[in-house]
Design a protein around this ligand. Structure first.
Ligand code: B12
Length: 138
């Protein structure tokens, strides 16, 4: 409901975000809350959905040129997939074009540091805080 109002009012997006739940994982409730919160704060969010393979994240970054990539993962067995996304972005020379946040029950700040993501967000509020800090001017 809010999105068309931003467009009508000509309010520019604060920044662009590409987000998805990584390959092997079908949980989306938390991701969708993160998306709703980001959109309510004026971010332009592309939702890649669930069970998203690493190459789909990489091609979305090429195509959409986002400021931020978000990866959600609730199953511990899918954490390797986040590493694959990081590797894919590095391989294509795209790693330094985006800030990367990870979230969901399977991950932590320690894990984010291990794979070279910029941050872990424990909640949707954290996701918004990080996004605003990185590209929202606060
Ligand atoms: C609901 C649920 C399901 C639903 C999913 C509905 C859906 N389509 O999303 C169903 C029933 C389908 C399901 C299936 C399975 N589930 Co399940 N599920 C859950 C449950 C109960 C709640 C998850 C949830 O939605 N929480 C509510 C949301 C709002 O919270 P959240 O996801 O944590 O999101 C918040 C933060 O984490 C953060 N966040 C989330 N993503 C992101 C991303 C970014 C970038 C940032 C910054 C922040 C962020 O912000 C959100 C809002 O604040 C959890 C247990 C739990 N308490 O977490 C198990 C749980 C995640 N499931 C589990 C398992 C094992 C499964 C199955 C394998 C079960 C099975 N044998 O079939 C399958 C997996 C299917 C698959 N391949 O994905 C395990 C995982 C264990 C593990 N160590 O890996 C858990 C932990 C249950 C348990 N204790 O065993 N599940």
């Amino acid at each position: 409901m809010i999105k068309p109002e931003f467009k009508k009012a000509g309010i520019p997006a604060r920044g662009k975000v590409v987000i998805g739940t990584v390959h092997g994982d079908l949980h989306y409730i938390g991701k969708d809350i993160v998306i709703a919160m980001l959109e309510s704060q004026g971010f332009d969010v592309t939702d890649l959905g669930v069970d998203v393979p690493a190459d789909k994240f990489v091609s979305a970054v090429k195509e959409k040129k986002p400021d931020i990539v978000g990866m959600s993962g609730l199953l511990t067995i899918v954490t390797d997939e986040m590493g694959k996304v990081m590797e894919g972005l590095k391989r294509e020379g795209l790693r330094d074009t985006v800030k990367i946040m990870v979230g969901g029950r399977a991950v932590s700040q320690e894990f984010a540091e291990k794979i070279g993501a910029n941050a872990f967000g424990a909640t949707a509020i954290d996701a918004v805080g990080l996004a605003r800090k990185w590209v929202g001017g606060e």
